[in-house]
Design a protein around this ligand. Structure first.
Ligand code: GTP
Ligand code: SPV
Ligand code: MN
Length: 656
């Protein structure tokens, strides 16, 4: 066992000391947060074969990691909310009694860091010192986690100093769950290989996070989903603010008026892309504040003010190209960690130190090494695909379900790399004050191949909350699941991230209006869908990406009261003539087809009747599950709020 170092903050000492005794690491290192320390850890991982150093001319400060095949995405089935009462975790979460869970997990943690170093990462969610910012201490035996946390959060001495002697923080413990025997050689990606040995556990009442067995993304970078959404959503409910799975962007019109927009889309449904989109419409400027998480607090004026608690982007690699998201590509030019993408090689199979993924918008390298570490070749028939055997065609590879970069392969890039970062907004500053930025519009969305129109404006706050509660989306590779591609309900894009009962969460959204000092200053709410598909050919009916600026412009026009809307049973839709189609020049097929646009601005009445029925079923399901363990609950307030039921009935009636 290592000696527990001294800390000025007694609570920090107690947390480190407790886990030092349980996990018995060989060594303890307190993360300082310097660039040199970051590089030293990366280089140490290169030596151990856990990182591949990329060509430092092409990609300075960049490294590639390949994860174990069992450890490629979030594990929702092994994610737990452990409140004392099951009803407080609610019907959408996996629940276990906190004491039983701690007992079970402590057995796993016993001696789990043998042969490894325990890193103590002090981190801030938000700019250090900002009144909205919260702090955490993550203990981990994964150097991969340390260098990713360096990018995704503000880490190190500045945080420890800010905590001082008695500053408060969310204590987090993480282990990959792979102790080393004396002399045992480490593997490239240590983790617990069996899914049932992985645990992503939140204790919302103690404000603690315990994670075991996985080293990937939201499972292991505990500031992200575990803290900034699950734990923070609970704090936010108690304290009257909101923690949401939302990007934040700043939009400036040709007349230099600024708007701030947040958008909640489920995992791998377009937040990073919208957050740094290059508008197709001339004269419009878009800047990024955040791409995944927003914390919103009501101001005295009734507006909601938002900060991005993160410090970097953990972005989906496949599909990111100079056509779809040039600013994301530029964000990973330097100081970026790539996970599970392709390493480029020359014609003899020798690595050339760059990276590639599907739909990167550049020719595939002649040869490469795929995310599993196996050789791959440029397809015989196409320049933009890689195949697992020399001479194979792209079609043959597709039939085998082969992809060279994992579908949930990611880049971890510092936000400051983003060429269109709104620096003030990112630093939580608005009008020289540390309030965060005032939000003008909130968007909900999802991947919906049918029924859901391009954009739909809520007629009231309650209608907007209803829209969010009714959100559904196709399941993506961001989660390990056997339901990828199927539409599931994902209220407010928060299904995997609620830290408490979903019905209470709906109620909390409604309360934001009821308790507002000026409800008329709340943001307007919209539902968007970039993913409608043609019935016959399965092509996307909307070009998406930079063309989404046309929808944002319509939203600004509505905020300004410049255009009327088509007031339908489901909400306010744009008139065709009000979607600006200027500069509709195609690049890589990204062009608006007017006939398609007309169709996706029309209410599909039959589709919507089914949709409303499905939403009603999801409400019934929440209520039924909530009452299973405690029939008394049914009589109380722990149900889908009556106001949302009423909205559902109202829309159903209007559809006829
Ligand atoms: P998480 O990081 O998992 O929360 O995902 P995200 O919501 O940030 O999704 P992201 O922007 O990374 O997009 C995921 C995938 O959707 C990528 O492959 C994108 O190319 C694709 N995508 C994003 N926006 C659009 C769009 O407007 N139209 C279409 N057709 N695809 C899009
Ligand atoms: C998501 O799944 O929504 C992500 C990636 O943003 S992860 O950090 O793994 O949660
Ligand atoms: Mn996300």
């Amino acid at each position: 066992m290592a000696k527990t170092p001294k800390f000025a903050n007694a609570k920090v000492f107690a947390w480190v000391d407790k886990w030092n005794k349980v996990c018995t690491p060989d060594k303890i290192v307190v993360v300082k947060g310097t660039k040199k320390e970051h590089t030293d850890i990366c280089e140490m991982m290169v030596k151990k074969g856990q990182f591949i150093k990329l060509d430092q001319k092409k990609r300075p400060g960049c490294y590639l990691a390949r994860s174990h095949e069992s450890d490629v995405a979030r594990v929702e089935g092994r994610t737990f909310i452990c409140s004392k009462k099951e009803i407080d975790a609610g019907p959408t979460n996996h629940w276990k009694d906190p004491e039983a869970m701690k007992k079970e997990m402590l057995k796993k943690y016993k001696g789990c860091m043998k042969g490894r170093t325990m890193y103590v990462i002090p981190f801030a969610m938000g700019p250090v010192g900002n009144p909205i910012t919260q702090y955490g201490i993550e203990l981990t035996d994964s150097p991969y986690v340390v260098v990713n946390m360096d990018i995704m959060t503000r880490t190190g001495d500045a945080v420890m100093k800010h905590l001082g002697k008695d500053g408060n923080f969310i204590p987090c413990i993480h282990s990959v769950g792979a102790p080393l025997k004396k002399g045992q050689k480490d593997v490239a990606w240590p983790c617990a290989k069996k899914i049932e040995d992985k645990y992503i556990t939140q204790f919302p009442e103690d404000g603690e996070i315990w994670s075991f067995g996985s080293g990937y993304g939201g499972n292991a970078l505990l500031g992200k989903k575990c803290f900034a959404l699950r734990i923070a959503s609970k704090l936010a409910k108690e304290q009257g603010w909101m923690a949401e799975h939302m990007l934040i962007l700043t939009l400036t019109s040709p007349s230099k008026k600024q708007y701030h927009v947040t958008a909640a889309f489920p995992s791998a449904c377009g937040k990073t892309n919208l957050a740094m989109m290059l508008p197709k419409l001339k004269g419009w400027k878009l800047q990024t504040i955040g791409d995944d998480i927003a914390w919103l607090k009501p101001g005295d004026d009734g507006r909601l003010y938002a900060i991005n608690p993160e410090n970097g982007f953990f972005g989906v690699a496949p599909g990111t190209s100079k056509f779809s998201n040039p600013n994301a590509l530029l964000s990973c030019k330097k100081d970026t960690i790539f996970t599970n993408v392709v390493l480029t090689c020359d014609k003899d199979g020798k690595p050339t130190g760059d990276i590639w993924w599907e739909d990167m918008g550049v020719d595939a390298p002649v040869r490469g090494i795929d995310w599993k570490g196996n050789p791959c070749w440029r397809a015989a028939d196409r320049k933009d695909k890689m195949v697992p055997a020399e001479g194979m065609t792209a079609k043959e590879a597709k039939e085998k379900g082969y992809v060279a970069a994992h579908k949930n392969s990611r880049f971890t890039a510092p936000a400051v790399n983003c060429p269109v970062l709104d620096k003030d907004g990112f630093n939580g500053v608005y009008n020289k004050k540390p309030t965060g930025v005032p939000i003008d519009a909130i968007l909900f969305g999802g991947r919906r191949p049918s029924t859901i129109p391009l954009v739909n404006e809520a007629k009231s706050w309650t209608h907007g909350v209803f829209m969010g509660s009714a959100a559904g989306s196709e399941v993506t590779a961001a989660v390990i699941s056997d339901q990828i591609g199927q539409v599931r309900r994902d209220p407010m894009a928060m299904l995997p991230f609620f830290g408490y009962n979903v019905a209470d969460y709906f109620q909390h959204w409604l309360e934001m209006e009821r308790t507002s000092p000026n409800p008329s200053n709340l943001p307007k709410i919209y539902f968007v869908n970039w993913f409608r598909k043609g019935k016959e050919d399965g092509r996307f009916m909307w070009p998406g990406f930079g063309d989404n600026s046309r929808v944002l412009k319509w939203i600004c026009d509505r905020i300004e009261g410049k255009v009327k809307a088509n007031e339908t049973a489901i909400g306010n839709l744009p008139f065709f003539k009000d979607i600006d189609l200027s500069d509709n020049v195609g690049e890589k097929g990204f062009t608006v087809v007017p006939e398609d646009l007309k169709e996706i601005l029309t209410v599909d009445v039959e589709g919507w009747k089914k949709e409303i029925a499905t939403v009603g079923q999801s409400y019934d399901e929440y209520d039924k599950k909530a009452s299973k363990d405690n029939p008394a609950v049914l009589e109380n307030a722990r149900r889908v709020p009556a106001a949302l039921r009423a909205k559902l009935a109202e829309i159903a009636a209007a559809l006829g």
